[in-house]
Design a protein. Structure first.
Length: 139
């Protein structure tokens, strides 16, 4: 005899986002390395944000989203934002919980541009591109 297909939607659930990401996922060790790098860069990344005004996307979440863009060939910010709405692996990688609101793609694009621009200016001020080439003639 066939049982009934009843969908139970609990009001609350006790599950960690970590539990939905398989242990053997290749993104896990990459995420650990990114987190360690972000801890070292925290003071420098605070410099690009104003003390007042509207809060923006934290740099840790931006770096996580950029990592996803590279790893999963998402060529547009809108693709990443759509995946953040429906993909638990993407949420885990970025650092969003299941209940967190996802930013819109315009905010993501503007914040990403600010982060990349600041990194380019900083490398230029240091007199190189990070790989030994001089970039001071570019600006």
């Amino acid at each position: 005899m066939r049982g009934p297909a009843v969908m139970h939607r609990p009001l609350f659930t006790c599950a960690r986002l970590e539990d939905f990401v398989p242990r053997d996922r290749p993104v896990r060790p990459i995420q650990r390395m990114i987190n360690e790098a972000l801890i070292r860069l925290a003071a420098r990344s605070n410099e690009i944000y104003a003390d007042g005004g509207r809060s923006s996307i934290p740099p840790e979440e931006l770096f996580g989203a950029l990592l996803l863009m590279m790893l999963y060939w998402a060529c547009r910010e809108s693709m990443v934002v759509v995946q953040l709405h429906c993909n638990l692996l993407f949420r885990w990688c970025v650092g969003l919980s299941i209940d967190d609101a996802v930013w819109d793609y315009w905010s993501f694009s503007i914040n990403r541009e600010r982060l990349v621009y600041h990194a380019a200016v900083e490398m230029n001020n240091e007199g190189g591109s990070g790989d030994g080439r001089v970039t001071s003639g570019w600006c």
